[in-house]
Structure formats: C-alpha cells, structure tokens
Design a binder for this molecule. Structure first.
Ligand SMILES: *[C@@H]1O[C@H](CO)[C@@H](O)[C@H](O)[C@H]1NC(C)=O
Length: 433
C-alpha cells in the first residue's frame, strides 16, 4: 500500500514537472494551454525518437498523432454539400452552402497551416473551420490539400496552392460553382498564411500582366514565373482580399523581438519553427544551430544585404512591443548557408522579402497576430510593409493569444481566444468581401 502511494506521488510529481511550463501571465486559459503543450511535446518526443532510431520520419508520427486527435472532433455545420476533387491535379475539397438563391456567391480559398508538413484539412478543426466560413458567409470554400514534407519540399507546396487557386479563378470554374468573380478571398493560417501571402503576390502580378497586356511590365517578371505559367489559365481574375492568420513570412531573422520573447511558449517553439523552415526549404537539419544564431545572415553576408531593411523589426515595430530586445546579428557567420539554400531569399518562400512594387498590387489585407507567438513580428512587419506600399490593411493583434489558437477552437480543445479570433476575421470578411 505504502509502495503504491509512494509510486503514485512520484508519478504525479514527474507528470506535473513534465506538464508544467512557465507561461506569460497574460496568456488566455494557461492551464489548458499547458495541457495542449504537454500533449504536443509528448508527440514531438516520440516522433523524434522514432526518427533518430531510423524507424520513420518524425513528421509522419506527428501527422498520425494529429489525425487521431482530429478524429475526436465532432462534426458540426453539416448543412453543406462537399465535393472532393482535383484542381489542376491538386487535391481540394469544395464546401457549398445548401441555401441556393439566384445571386452569385462569395468564395474563400483556404490554405491550412502546420509548418508545410503537418495538418489534415479534410478532418477535425480545419474541416470545421471551413464549414463555419461557408455557413456564416454563405460562401463557397475551397480547401487545398497540398502535398507536404517529407514527400515534397519548396517550391512544390507553393506551386500546388498556386495551381489550385489559378484553376479556381478561371471564369468557367467560378461559374460552375456560382461564384462572383469579384468576390473571392484567400485565407491561410501559419504556414498556410505564408502560402496564401506568396500566391497572392504572384496572382497580383499575373492580373496586372493581363490588365496591361502588351505594355512593358517585363521588369516585374522573374525567371521563376515560367515554371507555373500556363497561358490557358487565369483570366486576370484576382483575389479581392487576403486574410493572413499569424503567418510565417521570413527565415532571415530567428531573433526578432517576438522570437526572443516567445521562444518557449507552446505550441510553436522557436527551434521548432526554424526546423520547419529548414525542412520546407530542403536544407540540412544540422543547420539548426547556425540559423538560430542568425549566423546565416551575419553582417559579413552580403547576399542578405538587399533584404535587411525588409526584416528590420527595430524600425518597423513600436517600442512598447519591442521592449528591451535587441537585434542579433553576429559580425561574422556562416556564409555557406545562403549559398547552399538560396530559397531563403526567394519571396515565393519568404513573402516578406518581396519588393515594394509587388506589394503595391496586393489586395486588401487582414492580418491577425498574437502577442505570445514567435511569429508576431513576421506578421507585424508585413503589416508595416504593406501599409508603406499603400495597401489597405486591417491589423488585429490579440494580447492574450498564442500561436495555433484558431486550430483549438473546437471541442475537445475549446479556447475562447481561438473562437473569438475566428469570429472576428469571419465578421471582417462578411463586411468586406
Ligand atoms: C557561427 O559563425 C562563427 C563565425 O564564423 C563560427 O565560428 C561559428 O562556428 C558559427 N556557429 C555555428 C553554429 O554555425
């Protein structure tokens, strides 16, 4: 009996030690977040263990965990027709509201997050989020089930989202779904926000080319656009709006004020985010410590020079949010990284690095950022750069929110901040789309 009791006490102590993590006082529902964080950490540890034993890629273990978790989420908003199909060879699911009136409907293209490697768009919280958007906006919602790491790396995720969107934006496809071509938005969270921002920049250039066909816009073209150019598609229709939910936008500075402040806040830890970047860009995982030190963009790395002002958070983020944090750029670093992984400087991977004339063509934008999120400053810098380019931007910042909250807004992990954040951006779309 005594032994059992002792065992019980020790087990409880070890468990609480494992679950407990110091969280900022202003984060919403901290105990719930701690539990979610502990679950996530357990899955990550198991995944890393299987990975290092050479059994299976860690991403596959995590995706299995995500899939099992998501299967517990009960279905709501069932009053919808869905169609699983392919757009230009890319898997998509289309949600169509039942209520049919004669007028054309609005539409949202949704791109899910998960570090370009995780997430099951047709199940659980992402499925429910799309259903909720479709019902509340009486809109057609297309969710893109793009392929992910480790099966594919940049630029495949980007290209698949672009192809699916361009396919949908054709006049005859929109007509088939009774969608008003003037009222299509794109929306994405986290890595999905990265992909949404990147394809929106592209589609902006694309439609400008159509608008001013035959006039000289050649300076806007770069070599990469030929990869996905398909003259049979895209009739110059572009997104009316974009919604970016805590987007990830740049891999040049892993020591922004928000990276420094929130390195250990669940569920997106700083080293995890850097790891997702390296895997997305097909870089060697052993570069993790190098990039965490900003060695890849040290001051002696001239390849980074043209982009430094675009990620200069010390000038773009208000003092009260920067607090006491200082920029971290070593004088000398590891110049081989940007040479070996040039995609780090490619705006298709890092939309914050786009030139001003590209940003000018970006449609009206809603950006949501969370205080307790390593990516807060990525989003805030994009807000600033878009404003400077003359884009109309609505910025919602949540003081009590953590990264991923929008995916934890459905039973069994019902975070009030997540529900509020979803309702807020849907209300914005309802007014502006
Ligand atoms: C960072 O760069 C310095 C200077 O070149 C080098 O000595 C150091 O080993 C690098 N650190 C990592 C982790 O790459």
């Amino acid at each position: 009996m005594m032994k059992l009791l002792c065992g019980g006490v020790i087990f409880t102590l070890v468990l609480s030690y494992y679950i407990y993590m110091p969280l900022p006082a202003s984060v919403s529902e901290p105990w719930k977040l701690m539990l979610v964080g502990a679950t996530f950490r357990t899955a990550t540890h198991l995944a890393d263990l299987s990975h290092s034993l050479g059994l299976v890629h860690h991403v596959r273990v995590l995706n299995l965990a995500v899939t099992s978790f998501e299967s517990f989420v009960p279905l709501e908003f069932e009053d919808l027709q869905t169609e699983d199909t392919e757009f230009h060879g890319v898997q998509v699911r289309v949600y169509m509201p039942q209520r049919r009136d004669s007028t054309l409907r609005r539409a949202v293209v949704f791109i899910h997050g998960g570090g370009w490697s995780l997430g099951v768009p047709k199940l659980g919280s992402y499925d429910l989020l799309c259903r909720k958007m479709a019902v509340k906006l009486n809109a057609v919602v297309v969710t893109v089930d793009y392929r992910m790491v480790p099966d594919v790396h940049f630029p495949v995720q980007y290209e698949e989202c672009l192809q699916a969107a361009r396919h949908f934006l054709q006049p005859d496809v929109l007509a088939r779904y009774s969608v008003d071509p003037e009222r299509v938005a794109v929306c994405g969270d986290s890595a999905g926000g990265n992909l949404a921002a990147a394809i929106t920049q592209w589609i902006g250039q694309d439609s400008r080319d159509n608008d001013v066909r035959n006039s000289s816009v050649d300076h806007l073209k770069n070599d990469s656009r030929d990869d996905v150019q398909d003259s049979s598609e895209g009739g110059g229709i572009r997104f009316k709006l974009q919604v970016l939910i805590y987007p990830v936008l740049q891999p040049l500075d892993f020591n922004t004020a928000s990276y420094q402040q929130n390195w250990g806040v669940p569920i997106l830890y700083r080293d995890l985010m850097a790891r997702y970047w390296l895997e997305y860009l097909g870089a060697d995982a052993s570069l993790l410590h190098t990039v965490l030190l900003n060695n890849h963009t040290a001051l002696d790395e001239s390849r980074a020079d043209p982009h430094r002002s675009k990620v200069d958070w010390t000038s773009m983020i208000p003092q009260h949010m920067r607090k006491h944090y200082r920029a971290v750029f070593p004088r000398t670093g590891s110049p081989s990284v940007l040479r070996d992984v040039p995609a780090m400087l490619d705006p298709r991977a890092a939309p914050l690095l786009a030139e001003q004339e590209i940003l000018k063509m970006v449609p009206g934008t809603y950006i949501m950022t969370c205080e307790h999120d390593v990516l807060r400053d990525d989003g805030m810098m994009y807000v600033r750069r878009l404003e400077l380019a003359g884009v109309s931007v609505t910025h919602r910042h949540y003081d009590d929110c953590f990264h991923g909250c929008v995916s934890f807004a459905f039973w069994p992990s019902y975070f009030f901040v997540g529900i509020r954040a979803i309702d807020d951006y849907i209300a914005w779309l309802h007014t502006h789309l």
